[in-house]
Design a protein around this ligand. Structure first.
Ligand SMILES: C[S@@+](CC[C@H](N)C(=O)[O-])C[C@H]1O[C@@H](n2cnc3c(N)ncnc32)[C@H](O)[C@@H]1O
Length: 246
């Protein structure tokens, strides 16, 4: 269901991403984001009984992968776009440890201390209040749980800066250090960040609107996405032990 443009940032986001969903872009993003997400899934070191939150899950492709990796745990995919969630549910009827909910990062409709892992792919720079979103993720993680935020739009990558004016909704162009500071401000310990290069082949000719040409797209992919992670540390426990809890 489409919505009209509005000054309310949450309604603007919902309207914009409902339009993306209706255009089939939710499903299409799997192809674009999988090459940078696979290394993150390895780093998350998921166990069969883990509970995982996927914030800004879109059409649910990553949530479905996560559900297969935690067959005795639960996966919750959450998105501000009700149309994305509707499509994610429709494509996931066979996964009985997977649930999709409509929700906003700064107000996650779930109990505290439930998840062992939270992840979010290509969503966090859209959140109207990223600091509040990270605090909410911290709240719903259990002690020792970890958050993994992956974004392609960040200040340190010179080849994505042109996206801002092209996007019809407000975004945050922050540096790796600024994201790390938001993690610490939300309470996370063991905060770290790294680049995840996109190894997929780049076509000889690029005709889309996001990059000047194929050379710029290639440079963007080799610069890599930004992965920021942190742990909900157990009070009084040294950082090395907190990492082992995972
Ligand atoms: C670029 S899409 C990425 C979707 C999915 N993670 C993927 O990789 O295919 C961004 C998603 O984040 C969602 N989103 C944006 N702001 C949000 C917010 N504040 N709370 C929850 N979801 C949000 C959008 O509705 C959209 O589905």
């Amino acid at each position: 269901m489409s919505t009209l443009p509005t000054n309310n940032p949450f309604e603007s986001l919902r309207g914009e991403f409902n339009r993306w969903a209706e255009a089939g872009r939710g499903e299409g993003m799997e192809h674009e984001h999988l090459p940078i997400t696979l290394p993150v899934l390895e780093k998350m070191r998921l166990g069969r009984t883990d509970n995982v939150l996927d914030v800004g899950c879109g059409a649910g492709w990553l949530s479905r992968r996560l559900a297969k990796l935690v067959p005795e745990g639960r996966v919750i995919g959450m998105d501000i776009s009700d149309e994305m969630v509707r499509r994610a549910r429709r494509a996931s009827l066979d996964d009985d440890n997977l649930l999709f909910v409509v929700g906003e990062a700064a107000e996650i409709p779930w109990e505290a201390n439930f998840f062992s892992h939270a992840t979010s792919v290509e969503s966090a720079y859209y959140w109207p209040d990223p600091a509040a979103g990270l605090k909410e993720i911290y709240r719903v993680l259990r002690e020792g749980g970890a958050a993994w935020i992956l974004i392609n739009y960040y200040r340190d990558n010179p080849y994505c800066q042109q996206w801002g004016p092209l996007l019809p909704v407000a975004t945050h162009l922050l540096s790796a250090d600024e994201w790390s500071e938001l993690f610490r401000g939300a309470g996370f310990g063991n905060v770290a960040h790294e680049r995840i290069a996109d190894p997929s082949p780049t076509p000889e000719v690029y005709a889309g609107k996001w990059f000047r040409d194929a050379a710029q797209l290639r440079a963007f992919k080799s610069e890599g996405a930004l992965l920021v992670c942190g742990t909900k540390t157990v009070a009084g426990t040294p950082p090395e032990l907190n990492l082992r809890i995972l």
